[in-house]
Design a protein around this ligand. Structure first.
Ligand SMILES: [Zn+2]
Length: 66
């Protein structure tokens, strides 16, 4: 599963999240999908805007208006 997420900081930085599952373990991997960014397409462990550690529970799903 993959989802466009957004950091809860004031910068509202968009982060691409992909969930993974290996046997009993599961988690999320986060990537930068902002093509203007220095860290574009790189795996992220922290929000590039605020430096906060990325965890799924701290990120909001982005819902674009139809
Ligand atoms: Zn942030």
């Amino acid at each position: 599963m993959a989802a466009l997420l957004r950091c809860s900081c004031e910068h509202e930085r968009e982060i691409w999240g992909e969930s993974w599952r290996v046997e009993e373990k599961h988690g999320w991997a986060f990537f930068d999908q902002q093509d203007w960014s220095e860290t574009y397409a790189q795996r992220l462990t922290r929000c590039p805007a605020c430096g906060r550690r990325l965890e799924r529970k701290n990120l909001r799903a982005v819902t674009h208006p139809a």
